[in-house]
Design a protein around this ligand. Structure first.
Ligand SMILES: [Zn+2]
Length: 482
C-alpha cells in the first residue's frame, strides 16, 4: 500500500481524489466526462445510505414508485420557470436507431414533469390526498461547471420524493418533515452536521415558491448542498393539471412539495467529514467490513491461527461483517490497508493475547487501542456501534461549530471566506430586491454566495446591508459552494 498522508484541511482536493482511488470507491477513468463508475465499496455504503433514507420515507407514509427516464420536450416545457432553469443542462435523445424521433426526448434532469404527468391521472379525489410517493432514480445534467466525482457529476443517482396536499399548511408541514428526515439520517446516523438554509429568491429551485437547502461544510471551506426541499405551491399543479374533486364537488389544484436527497453528495460529505490522513472512517452501520482480525504471527503459530478462527466464528454468528486477514502481507501493511478502507475495529491476536485470553482492539474512530477479555467480545460488539456513531458525530460537530464569523463589510466577507470560514452578515433582503447586492458581493469576493437565512432561527438584523447600506431585514450566511 502506497503512503497516503495528505492533510485533508491543507489540500482537500488532492486528499479527496486520492481517497476515492485508494479506498476503491469511485473511478473517473471512464471516458465520458462527468460519468463515473462506482466500485463495490462505494456502492455498498451508498446502498446503506439509500436504505436509511428510504426507511425514513416509508416510516412517514411515502410509497415507492418508478417513472420513465425520458421526457418529451413538450412536457418538459410545461412549467415556464422550470424549463428556463433546467434547459441549459438537458441531455437530448434525438434518434431511435437511424431515424430521427418525431419529438426529441430529454434525459430526466429532475422528475417533476414526468411524475406530475402521471399524478394528473392518478390523483382524482380528496380521498387520494395526502399523496406521498418517492422514487430512486438516476438523473442527468450537462453541468457546465468543473465536474468532480460525487461532488458534481453529469449522471448521478438520488431519491426524489414528491408529495401533494389539499392545503398550503400541510405542504409546509411536509417541508418540515423532509428537514427532519435529513437531520435524522445525515446528522444522527451518519454524523454529518449541516445548516438548513432558506434560500434567497434568486437561488431557489426553478418552479418553486421557496427552497430550503441543507449545506454541509467541506474541509476546503466550501458549502456542499446535500438534500434540498421545495415548497412548489401550485405552480406545477396548474401547469400539469393535478387536480382533485373536493368534498364539495369542486375541482381543485393540489399543493405540492418535493425533496431530493442526492446520495452521491451525501456520501461525499460523509467521506469528507470523517476521513483522515489514513483513509476512511465509517460508522458500524455503513461499513462493508465492520471488524477485521489480524493475526500477529512470527512464523507459524497454530494457537494464534486457531484463536483467530474462533473469534471470526463468534462474530459471524452475530451477523457481523468480519474478515480474517491471513494474507502474506506484514501486520503493518494490513493495518494500513484496513485503516484506508475504514473498518471500524481491528482485532489483533498475537502470543500475548492467546496466553492471557485477551483481545487487543484498535478503534478507527478514536485511534485508541483497547484490551478486553476474550469472553467479553460479544458484549463489546453489542455496545460498539453506538459508541462509534456518537464519537464520529461529536468530533464532526466540534469542528463545525467554530467556523462562522461576523462580517461588517464586503472586504471582511472576502477575508473570512478566504480563511475557509462562513461569513455572517446583515442583508437588505432575500427577496428579489436583494439580488443586486448578491451579484456585487459575488463579483467582489471571487465567488462567495449568499446561502440564505438559517431556517427557523429567528435572527434579528440590526444595522445596514453590508453592500447597499439600506436597513437590513435579514441575517445571511455567505460562503463558496460546490
Ligand atoms: Zn443590500
Amino acid at each position: 500500500m502506497a503512503e497516503f498522508n495528505i492533510d485533508k484541511e491543507e489540500n482537500f482536493s488532492e486528499w479527496f481524489d486520492e481517497i476515492l482511488k485508494k479506498a476503491e470507491l469511485v473511478d473517473k477513468r471512464y471516458p465520458v466526462k462527468g460519468f463515473v463508475a462506482h466500485r463495490p465499496n462505494a456502492e455498498y455504503i451508498e446502498d446503506k445510505i439509500q436504505e436509511m433514507l428510504e426507511h425514513k420515507l416509508k416510516e412517514t407514509g411515502h410509497r415507492k414508485a418508478r417513472f420513465p427516464n425520458a421526457i418529451p420536450e413538450s412536457i418538459l416545457q410545461k412549467e415556464a420557470d422550470h424549463i428556463e432553469g433546467f434547459e441549459p443542462e438537458v441531455f437530448w435523445i434525438t434518434k431511435g436507431g437511424k431515424k430521427d424521433l418525431p419529438e426529441r426526448l430529454g434525459l430526466t434532469p429532475t422528475s417533476e414533469t414526468v411524475m406530475y404527468t402521471m399524478y394528473s391521472k392518478w390523483i382524482t379525489s380528496y380521498r387520494d390526498l395526502p399523496y406521498k410517493i418517492y422514487q430512486r432514480c438516476p438523473v442527468w445534467r450537462h453541468e457546465t461547471k468543473h465536474t468532480r466525482p460525487l461532488l458534481r457529476d453529469r449522471e448521478f443517482e438520488w431519491i426524489e420524493s414528491h408529495d401533494a396536499f389539499k392545503t398550503r399548511e400541510e405542504a409546509e408541514e411536509q417541508v418540515e418533515e423532509d428537514i427532519e428526515i435529513a437531520q435524522q439520517v445525515i446528522t444522527e446516523k451518519l454524523g454529518v452536521p449541516f445548516h438548513y438554509f432558506k434560500r434567497p429568491e434568486w437561488d431557489k429551485f426553478s418552479g418553486a415558491v421557496h427552497t430550503f437547502g441543507a449545506d454541509a461544510f467541506m474541509p476546503d471551506g466550501r458549502f456542499l448542498q446535500i438534500p434540498s426541499t421545495h415548497l412548489l405551491g401550485k405552480n406545477f399543479s396548474k401547469a400539469f393539471n393535478v387536480t382533485y374533486e373536493d368534498r364539495d364537488g369542486e375541482e381543485k389544484q393540489v399543493w405540492q412539495t418535493c425533496f431530493g436527497p442526492a446520495v452521491g453528495r451525501i456520501f461525499a460529505a460523509y467521506i469528507a467529514t470523517h476521513g483522515d490522513e489514513k483513509g476512511l472512517r465509517l460508522t458500524w452501520e455503513t461499513a462493508p467490513t465492520q471488524a477485521v482480525i489480524v493475526p500477529i504471527l512470527h512464523g507459524e503459530n497454530k494457537e494464534i491461527e486457531q484463536t483467530a478462527k474462533e473469534v471470526k466464528k463468534t462474530l459471524e454468528d452475530k451477523n457481523i461483517r468480519v474478515e480474517l486477514d491471513d494474507s502474506e502481507a506484514t501486520p503493518g501493511e494490513k493495518f494500513n490497508h484496513w485503516e484506508m478502507m475504514g473498518a471500524p475495529i481491528r482485532i489483533e491476536i498475537g502470543e500475548n493475547e492467546v496466553e492471557e485470553e485477551k483481545l487487543t482492539i484498535k478503534r478507527r474512530d478514536t485511534g485508541e487501542r483497547e484490551e478486553i477479555d476474550k469472553k467479553e467480545l460479544e458484549q463489546y460488539i453489542e455496545e460498539i456501534p453506538e459508541k462509534i456513531r456518537k464519537e464520529l458525530r461529536k468530533q464532526a460537530q466540534e469542528k463545525f461549530k467554530g467556523n462562522i464569523e461576523n462580517a461588517e463589510t464586503v472586504k471582511e466577507v472576502k477575508e473570512i471566506v478566504e480563511q475557509g470560514k462562513i461569513a455572517r452578515a446583515n442583508w437588505c433582503s432575500i427577496d428579489k430586491d436583494g439580488k443586486k447586492c448578491a451579484d456585487i458581493l459575488t463579483s467582489e469576493t471571487a465567488g462567495a454566495k449568499v446561502r440564505g437565512t438559517i431556517h427557523h432561527k429567528e435572527e434579528e438584523a440590526k444595522g445596514k446591508c453590508i453592500v447597499c447600506g439600506e436597513e437590513a431585514k435579514e441575517v445571511v450566511y455567505i460562503g463558496k459552494e460546490y
